[in-house]
Design a protein around this ligand. Structure first.
Ligand code: BJ2
Ligand code: ZN
Length: 662
């Protein structure tokens, strides 16, 4: 019957110059069908009128007929809306429902196996991880073949999005190779997590807390060199060949599925045409680079004063082991060396935390309190029951902090070898941000239980920590006694934040610049280390403290390389978190400079954040960006605004310096 009305309506309504209403609630297929019909009829009438030289009369006549038949036309549209989707799409939706449920159950098993291994590294647990990974791969390949049988072209955007996710795969088809890949993956992570360095007196040191502790606290140049070098020599060389095999297998999987290399798939998470993500991050980097260059020149001079001009020249690259951080990724641990106004009240709260008897649990409760104060979820009981908050004495674990979603009944956990200091308080907020995201989108379809893009996931906890780490807030929670109210204090405050945030940017960028080139074959295994240091030198302006060769594998000394975790997400996050902070501060009614803003207890800010988080991965990221900031782009103007007073001050300090390092 409706087909009859469709034809009837079409004949009477079609007339050049008249627009048919085509509501977008109809499925894409229905819309297309209607449009085609309209086109056909219009052509027919056009021809008829022209043949009989009746064009003007036709237009007028049909227009009035169109008005009269409007009601019937709209009735037709309504009946179409009721039909909603074509029978094929209904079948697809049913298939997807089952898919999402089975995926969820498999994710539960996967998360449990990984957790068991990460919190107790044994051969048996490693074997289980491999088995579960193989099961998942096998199942997703089977499901991908089923999914490809659906002609999705006429389906709604939401259904299409899910099919695209299911059919975008880099899995190898050969089961032996799948196994090899999974085994190398667990092996690389094991080398990193169990790496130790033994000293002449027979005592052995771990990365966390021992070697990281030396790098953070020692001010002895040679001791620093020793810790820096020993860690790299302990874990790098044993990984190198395995890493090259791992890359080859990942690329083979990508190529089997029609992609040029694995890097294309990694970048695909941002849903931008290939090339555009790199273009976007390069453009952002160009805008923040002047600020980084100022910070670099200032810190270089301070380090040169501290260690001597023979160790640190005031014009070139800075030796990489002097930044208080094993990877020179964040420089906040050398705040004491570079503090601009040492007579101002202290702003580092590490010592006070120890004096006040803080322990890991209290640090986690402190973080939770902030999230709750803006209306986000408290940590569920299972979180407290099952998380690993300190390093256990009786077994090997992956100490690198992480947050995991177990995909059922709000089972979410953090594992971390917490130490009582301000840096770990920040890491707790970072990880808890992931947990809040997991909890806020837990009612989404399994496929959409992810960040708008991976960078969004990274930015949640950091955004909160921007408020927490203001001296104003630290005073509120009793960790600071005095705060200054003058420009000198503000410069100290901003410089401390810049050591964590601005210093990170070129590091956040170069890691995946290296991996994208490794995947594309531009950097080959015999050039892994040289390629790595070329990028470290170019972007960060740092150099190895001793000569390195291609027998070394320094990338392997950074967790995300052996664990295979993409890194550009952190670059994205370190820019986006300032956009989020700015937007939430506005929502909270903050007045004054951005770096003073603390959104504590603002339900308005919390709601804004929650609304964005609840979207999960259901829409492309620019929509999520718009939901929270009102703009659709990654935009460095917020971070630049935040550090504006510091940049001005640094320019003045550096006016006689030779900036840069070429
Ligand atoms: C300390 C933090 C990661 C993170 C861990 C390890 C890799 C992924 C997860 C994921 C989260 C998710 C980390 C913090 C800022 C800079 C960077 C660094 N650990 N991961 N499961 N950081 O992002 O939390 O927890 O998305 O599900 O690595 O280099 O230190
Ligand atoms: Zn993270």
């Amino acid at each position: 019957m409706w087909k009859f009305w469709l034809c009837f309506g079409a004949v009477f309504l079609s007339c050049s110059g008249y627009t048919w209403p085509l509501p977008d609630q109809l499925s894409a297929a229905q819309q297309r069908e209607l449009k085609e019909l309209q086109q056909d009829v219009e052509t027919e009438i056009e021809e008829l009128c022209c043949q009989n030289e009746l064009k003007r009369c036709c237009v007028e006549k049909k227009k009035s007929l169109a008005q009269r038949n409007m009601e019937e036309w709209e009735g037709l549209i309504d009946s179409l809306k009721e039909l909603k989707s074509t029978p094929d799409e209904e079948e697809a939706i049913k298939w997807l429902e089952e898919y999402n449920e089975e995926l969820r159950q498999r994710n539960v098993r996967n998360a449990e196996a990984n957790w068991a291994q990460a919190t107790n590294i044994t051969d048996e647990n490693a074997a289980k991880v491999v088995e579960v990974t193989l099961e998942v791969t096998k199942w997703s390949l089977k499901k991908m073949e089923e999914a490809k049988k659906f002609d999705t072209s006429g389906f709604s955007d939401d259904v299409k999005r899910q099919f695209k996710m299911i059919t975008t795969s880099g899995s190898l088809s050969d089961e032996d190779k799948q196994r090899q890949l999974a085994e190398i993956g667990t092996e690389l992570e094991k080398i990193y997590s169990t790496g130790t360095v033994c000293q002449a007196d027979g005592t052995c040191l771990k990365l966390d807390p021992d070697l990281e502790g030396i790098i953070a606290k020692s001010r002895d140049y040679d001791r620093l060199t020793w810790a820096w070098l020993s860690w790299r020599d302990a874990v790098g060389p044993p990984m190198k060949d395995k890493y090259a095999q791992w890359v080859a297998l990942l690329n083979e999987g990508a190529q089997e599925n029609g992609f040029a290399d694995k890097g294309v798939l990694w970048r695909g998470a941002y849903e931008m045409p290939d090339g555009k993500l790199e273009e976007m991050v390069d453009a952002v980097w160009e805008q923040v680079k002047p600020l980084y260059t100022q910070l670099h020149a200032y810190v270089r001079r301070k380090l040169s004063e501290k260690y001597g001009a023979d160790k640190v020249s005031t014009t070139g690259h800075i030796p990489a082991h002097l930044f208080g951080n094993m990877w020179a990724q964040q420089w906040n641990n050398i705040y004491d060396i570079v503090v601009p106004f040492p007579d101002q009240p202290e702003i580092d709260v590490s010592d006070t935390m120890v004096e006040q008897g803080y322990d890991a649990l209290r640090m986690f409760k402190t973080a939770e309190e902030f999230f709750k104060s803006i209306g986000l979820r408290p940590m569920p009981q299972v979180f407290w029951d099952k998380s690993m908050l300190v390093r256990p004495a009786d077994r090997e674990v992956v100490c690198h902090a992480s947050a995991e979603d177990f995909y059922h009944d709000s089972d979410v956990r953090i594992k971390m070898c917490t130490k009582v200091n301000q840096e770990d308080l920040y890491v707790i907020h970072h990880e808890m941000g992931h947990i809040e995201y997991f909890l806020t989108y837990e009612d989404q379809k399994t496929l959409y239980r992810g960040g708008a893009n991976p960078g969004f996931h990274e930015a949640v906890g950091d955004t909160i920590a921007l408020s927490v780490n203001t001296p104003g807030h630290l005073k509120k929670i009793g960790l600071l006694q005095n705060v200054g109210h003058n420009q000198d204090f503000e410069i100290n405050e901003l410089l401390k934040m810049a050591l964590a945030k601005v210093a990170f940017l070129p590091f956040g960028l170069m890691i995946d610049k290296w991996r994208w080139r490794v995947f594309s074959g531009d950097i080959t295994p015999d050039n892994y280390n040289t390629g790595w240091w070329n990028l470290r030198m170019k972007y960060q302006g740092i150099k190895p403290p001793v000569e390195r060769t291609n027998k070394d594998f320094d990338p392997g000394a950074k967790y995300h390389i052996p664990s295979g975790t993409p890194y550009i997400r952190y670059f994205f996050s370190f820019i986006a978190q300032f956009q989020f902070h700015q937007a939430l501060c506005k929502e909270a009614g903050h007045d004054g400079p951005l770096h003073k803003c603390d959104i504590y207890e603002s339900k308005a800010a919390g709601t804004k954040l929650k609304n964005m988080l609840s979207m999960g991965e259901s829409r492309p990221w620019p929509e999520a960006m718009k939901a929270i900031t009102g703009q659709e782009k990654l935009d460095p103007s917020a971070i630049l605004k935040y550090f504006e007073p510091l940049e001005k001050w640094l320019r003045e300090q550096n006016k006689d310096e030779k900036l840069g390092w070429d």
